[in-house]
Design a protein around this ligand. Sequence first.
Ligand SMILES: Cc1ncc(COP(=O)(O)O)c(C=O)c1O
Length: 436
Amino acid sequence: MLKVNAFQPEQAAALDAAERSLIERRQRLLGPAYQLFYDNPLHLVRGAGTWLYDTAGRAYLDLYNNVASVGHSHPRVVEALARQAAALNTHTRYLHEGVLDYAEKLLATMPAQLGNVMFTCTGSEANDLALRIARDYTGGTGVIVTRYAYHGMTAAIAELSPSVGDYVPLGRDIRVVDAPVHLPQAPQRVGQLFAAQVRAALADMQRHGIRPAALLVDTLFTSDGVFADPAGFLVEAVEAVRAAGGLFIADEVQPGFGRTGTHMWGFQRHGLVPDLVTMGKPMGNGHPLAGLTVRPEILERFGRNASYFNTFGGNPVSAAVGLAVLQVIEDEGLQENARLVGAQLKEGLEGLARDNACLGQVRGAGLFIGVDVVAPSGAADGATARRIVNLLREEGMLIGVSGADNNALKIRPQLCFSAQNVEQFLGALQRVLRQL
Ligand SMILES: Cc1ncc(COP(=O)(O)O)c(C=O)c1O
């Protein structure tokens, strides 16, 4: 799954000598674990707003990189970073107002019950810490995740991220459930079906003497193929987990920071208050900033007994960057932009899906949209999805794929994506569909 849309070395013959040499050097220095995207890999040198530029100066409209979510190289974020880096950068073992100003502003975006925030550098570390806190509080070890979930790369978190692939075994205490299905004709069934699986997983844990610690989900199920509707479908499953003594951890690494348009956080679409919320990616607009928020009563004992330190997490530069990101989201109305432009993009994609048999369901919220690519039989068609992604790259449009069969086009542009950008993308997609 992590190898989706990966460059295959046997495609190198089609590339020019300079690119082949760079790929060879990379392979020699970085070893075999890293992947490049696209049959024709990109060599980018600059980004601004919703655009990326390659060595030849060619522009690419970016509908993939949700990290620089307020726009590539946003001047206010860059300025905040440079100003604080020029003044001081240490860590959280000294008094500094910056980290507290940021903590206050971040917590103010959350329900009041989530009263504490802790900082890390990656989403993986945030989930790892959340897992430790949940296991400490509940005394349980069992975790329920979805079948193609991705929550990160630490040893503990890779064991509960099935999409890392079979080579990394699932932990003994991990139970996997299918992501919620998309049932526009029977929306009330979505939550019931998901909760039934969660109850079965809890029963299976009990049978094996495993106490549950948490249900951990990405609230937009982005690596499962993007499942957003109907808002509220998570409630019944969360109730079941809590009744069994477990916690609800909302992984907001992908849906958070206004991307869903209607809310700042994906869990808010479900009317839920999680026990822990993990976040990362867009939090620092590209600067490595991540963390979690938690109910103070859940953190209390862990915090007292297992004191926490992260060398880079929550340092003054990261705090300045994080604060600037929140201010930009607010000042530029980016959450509302995600709602309006996301609706326009979704509507356009639904129109294309009506006219093109190879496009199936269109799902998503705000500026995170998944579009299934299907064969004439209706079966998932990962090969055609891959072709579409690569043809779009040649058109100067960057998207990705996700889902069980790698057949869901994954479309998640910067939050400053404009109505004009939507038209540019839909035009390109239409041209690509005609080439199939
Ligand atoms: C839902 C989700 N959780 C956690 C992570 C891990 O974040 P990081 O790569 O910053 O460790 C990712 C990364 O893709 C993610 O998509």
